[in-house]
Design a protein around this ligand. Structure first.
Ligand code: PMP
Ligand code: GLN
Length: 383
């Protein structure tokens, strides 16, 4: 492995899911739902397979049906006008979109500012593109960004901001005011912004997802990324998309065509149907997950964890300092399956900061309610 990727051997998600399989523990680590998405959408995938749509290489930009559906979704939920022919690119999940964006937009030595803890592919993708990452630490209990620190972190070498909201793993959702301040800074310092919005439909308690690309001055400098994995509970399908100005989307398409070229042919047609589901589907997803959040959050608090109740995503970040003094999150998570029959993920691996996330542990609640209750019962035995 080359030096740029030193220390990035195996992702924590693979390690912890393997541990769940080998120990038979309840897997609240890697974020994937234990109930598949809508039957009608699965049927759409089957129909596409049977009818021979997408069984051979789809077009490099994605099938027209999906590009039109992405454009329709941006209009319906956010009032954004997106040209399906030049301003949408279909990718192999958001993961490929992030990689392709970094490879397309960074020159070696460019700096990328991102709030930590960050989703682990960010560090890897910035490194693969030869960029340098500049982390800004989000701090418990609210994990709100320090916008003065952000302003101070911009240097002449800063090329782009890599933003994630709703934020994995903390569940923080950037407010319109925060996004407005970020937009003003991006315009003033002429920065590009890549926004990872995969949890756009998963917000609670009145928190609202605001796409940065819709704010003044951002249309020409934002690459927005989302995917079908979280919104429709099909994380294995790997259908994602990029929207943005034609010039930036074309740049991302250039790198994307040498990564996978294309992916997920029949699933693209099914994702197009999913994006057109009625509003009730989207509110139902939120309501379902809010109830699950509350079950797990209450269970974790009773078990002695300090709980940071998320405003978005399907993750709860906790602190174990009171429950397990002198234990770091990674050690805690590696031994949790044998001690309590539950798998979680240590947030510490998502930080460059040596101590900020040392005792933070993340639990996923995109699981059936009885499983969440069972996990909480098991965790109660720890205290
Ligand atoms: N970004 C974030 C913040 C995520 O949590 C995930 C997890 N799935 C991804 C990107 C990757 O999305 P996909 O599965 O569509 O590649
Ligand atoms: N995004 C998911 C999570 O944060 C996992 C994705 C992965 O396994 N790479 O848990």
């Amino acid at each position: 492995l080359n030096r740029r990727l030193a220390g990035l051997g195996t992702t924590i998600f693979a390690e912890m899911s393997a541990l769940a399989v080998s120990t038979g523990a309840i897997n609240l680590g890697q974020g994937f739902p234990d109930t598949d998405g809508p039957e009608s959408v699965r049927e759409a995938a089957v129909r596409a397979l049977r009818d021979g749509r997408g069984n051979q290489y789809p077009p490099g930009q994605g099938v027209p049906e999906l590009r039109a559906a992405v454009s329709g979704h941006q209009k319906r939920f956010y009032g954004l006008d997106v040209d399906p022919d030049t301003e949408v690119l279909v990718t192999a999940g958001a993961t490929e979109a992030i990689a392709a964006a970094m490879l397309a937009l960074l020159e070696p030595g460019d700096e990328v500012i991102a709030f930590e803890p960050f989703y682990d592919s960010y560090a890897a993708c910035v490194a693969m593109a030869g960029g340098g990452r500049v982390p800004l630490t989000l701090r418990a209990p609210d994990f709100r960004p320090d916008l003065d620190a952000l302003r101070d972190a911009v240097t002449p070498r800063t090329r782009l901001l890599l933003l994630n909201s709703p934020h994995n793993p903390t569940g923080m959702v950037l407010t319109r005011d925060e996004l407005t301040a970020i937009a003003e800074l991006a315009v003033e310092r002429d920065l590009l912004v890549v926004t990872d919005e995969v949890y756009e439909h998963i917000t609670y308690d009145g928190a609202e997802h605001v796409p940065l690309i819709g704010l003044p001055g951002m249309r020409e400098r934002t690459v927005a990324i989302s995917s079908a994995g979280k919104t429709f509970s099909f994380t294995g399908w790997k259908v994602g998309w990029v929207t943005g100005p034609a010039e930036l989307v074309a740049a991302v398409r250039t790198t994307k065509q040498f990564l996978t070229y294309v992916a997920s042919g029949p699933f693209q047609y099914a994702a197009a149907e999913a994006l057109a589901l009625p509003d009730a589907y989207f509110t139902g997803l939120r309501d379902d997950l809010r109830a699950k959040r509350d079950i797990l959050a209450d269970g974790l608090a009773t078990a002695g964890f300090e709980v940071y109740r998320p405003q978005g995503t399907y993750f709860i970040t906790t602190d174990i300092a009171d429950l397990a003094p002198d234990t770091d999150a990674l050690t805690f998570c590696r031994t949790l399956p044998e001690r309590a029959g539950v798998v979680a993920v240590p947030n510490s691996v998502f930080y460059d900061h040596p101590t900020a996330g040392r005792t933070q542990v993340r639990f996923a609640f995109c699981k059936q309610q009885n499983l969440l209750r069972e996990a909480a019962d098991r965790l109660r035995q720890l205290s």
